[in-house]
Design a protein. Structure first.
Lengths: 295, 295
């Protein structure tokens, strides 16, 4: 059967995906681009409007975990079932990134780096991990994997989502707040002035969600006042982050080029093939998106 | 009974120790300085020769885990039993520090920091923790705690000590080598040219042992050639590291002011009191030092 693979990835990346999908779905005909008879589509940042050009479409499988870009397409055929990628390797990578950033903040790496630039030898007060409260925004597979790993490291961890817990309590109680939410109309801009004001003075922020969660100007203000001591940012409103952006040169910001959890085409294609098999068998698919919830 | 507390710590630190020791040993008379009738001494960097001035001395308890400084005192009464501090909180802190540094290297923090200074957005290849081999030099309580935590994070871990394993194999197989050895005549300078040459090209080094383990000039050479990609150093030949030292400004070196595991006087004094009780009861003491082995 014909499966359309729609993407705006650079050519080399698109070819790697195509090879991985073909290996995982050997009985299907995977076509790069608009295949008019395709009933299935696998998408990795497709051009807006493209999905609407496939009249027979019955199932859309995202090659990525986040579907905020897809749902932002006004021409997306919203009656067609859409699944986001569920890949345990993404949750593992994300948990590892969160653990690395939390440990670096916990052990005061930014402050020691600043001291090193001035050849200052000064031991800073250090509390044990068991006294450090980490607040996770999000309660999906990535947040749960991160929570489990942080607990293994001895941290106190709490998590919040729309249906779980009180946001004010979490913000007021946390030394480090980690955003792992999906980007939706409800979560857009959640890392903004009001949220920062409800956090402990001097708390730190890690954003591994989406750039749209963060109000950039509000962060700069909160860092300037000291309300937020440091921010680790893996995602940005505009990616790549423009060279002229003030984040690059702010010593209170760690800039990372969207590397917390990188989708591996081979591993992802196997998950995608299994999900397509579920769809064809009439079984519930993994990661079915609710367009209303936005994830 | 009189217990002499001998130290060259700054006055404030000495007072905190004295208060903690007095709280943990309420029936004893803890005297700061040379108490001629003392049969027991607790020491934290005592002046060389001081211990030789206590004629009734029967037991020396170090307030620190490392005793290389004590054993370097030519006047140390070597017939007197000497115990180093065994404090599980030190092993916990050390494991946490090792985990933080290993994760930072594993996730390429130094390279991303360098990119940030130049506003470069570039995703670097990332292998999973399960493919990253960590080699620990040392097999004491700190190395074992570190190995356990690294394994929880998913790393492959091997460890070497004089009586355990092959050093050449460990060096050749490790992506990151972590030194947790005690400083002895045998381990002095172990992080030197020959060791670096036996490591994988581009491997990284973490020294949380002692400054004397590292041959500083050899490290600078190995970093310059690229044989070693990065070094995280918590300890130095001279501490505080002099402001003019070239390590401070080397982007391939992370300088930390000896903070991997900081002895807490309260927790340590409780362990010390328990060990003194063991000594008085004629039971085996914890952490008994073999002057010949050097730890």
């Amino acid at each position: 059967m014909t499966i359309a693979f729609l993407t705006r990835l650079p050519n080399d990346d698109a070819k790697r995906w195509l090879a991985a999908l073909r290996a995982a779905l050997p009985s299907d005909d995977i076509v790069l681009g608009l295949a008019p008879d395709a009933e299935l589509a696998v998408v990795a940042a497709p051009a807006p409007g493209d999905l609407a050009k496939l009249p027979k479409l019955a199932f859309i499988q995202s090659a990525w975990a986040g579907v905020d870009g897809l749902l932002g397409d006004p021409l997306l055929p919203r009656q067609v079932a859409l699944a986001r990628l569920i890949d345990p390797s993404l949750a593992t990578q994300m948990a590892e990134a969160v653990a690395a950033h939390v440990l670096a903040l916990h052990r005061q790496s930014p402050a020691y780096r600043a001291q090193q630039t001035q050849a200052i030898w000064r031991q800073l007060p250090q509390i044990p991990a068991s006294e450090r409260q980490i607040g996770l925004l999000g309660f999906g597979e990535m947040a749960r994997a991160s929570a489990a790993l942080l607990e293994k490291l001895g941290f106190k961890v709490s998590a919040w989502s729309r249906s779980h817990g009180d946001l004010g309590d979490l913000l007021a109680g946390s030394d480090i707040v980690v955003n792992l939410l999906p980007l939706t109309a409800q979560t857009q801009g959640i890392l903004g002035r009001e949220t920062f004001a409800r956090m402990k003075p001097g708390a730190a922020v890690i954003n591994v969600g989406r750039g749209g969660h963060l109000v950039e100007a509000d962060l700069i203000e909160a860092l300037a006042s000291g309300q937020i001591s440091h921010a680790v940012l893996d995602v940005f409103e505009t990616e790549p982050l423009p060279a002229s952006h003030p984040f690059w040169s702010d010593p209170a910001i760690t800039v990372l080029p969207h590397v917390a959890a990188i989708t591996d085409p081979v591993s992802a294609s196997q998950r995608i093939a299994a999900n397509i098999a579920r769809f064809r068998a009439g079984e519930p698919v993994e990661g079915l998106v609710s367009p209303d919830a936005g994830y």
